[in-house]
Design a protein around this ligand. Sequence first.
Ligand code: GRF
Length: 203
Amino acid sequence: MNLAVFVSGRGSNLNAILSNLELKNKVQVKVVISDKKKCGAFEIAAENSLPAYSVSEKNNQGYISFHDVTKLLVDLEVDLIVLAGFLKLIPDELIKTFKNRIINIHPALLPLFGGKGMYGMNVHKAVFESGMKISGATVHFVDEIFDNGKIITQRCVDISTVDSPEEIAQKVLSVEHQILPYVLGKFADKKIKLSDDRVLIEV
Ligand code: GRF
């Protein structure tokens, strides 16, 4: 299964995909796309000899448009797009071209603590301030609205004893690194089934 991984930050989820031994024979990362010119994830791409492109709608030098990204991914025969900490909204053209073939990892238990502006530490601060005793990570399909598509899988972490949002982030990140490769393995095995309201993962 061919993947495109979209990133904006340090790229630890990209690294979790690339270093997962069970995925080695199942998935191939064909390209890394970022809305940034430089980010940790691009360094990981370079270390793994992966092509990487920066995307922008503003015609900035050194960036390509989402339209060109869409064409590129079709040319590369990408099967699934993985948003792994990508902060921009995905435009309609890309969503339509890759219908039900774009997934996102979100560092909270959706539908709580999602939507515009809910990314990175903003999420963990909101969870900390809410007083909730659990948080977690969600992998979900991507549609036109931030953090809105159908939930594929979630995993909880106990945050009843944490002292800071940073501590929540750390706990959540470690489950992100588990559930994203897990879901990708299931996609590669064609074990993810979409029904009207729910996503079923076959064992
Ligand atoms: C992760 O927490 C992801 O869930 C969120 O952004 C962070 C990206 O981390 N959307 P990394 O770049 O994969 O290290």
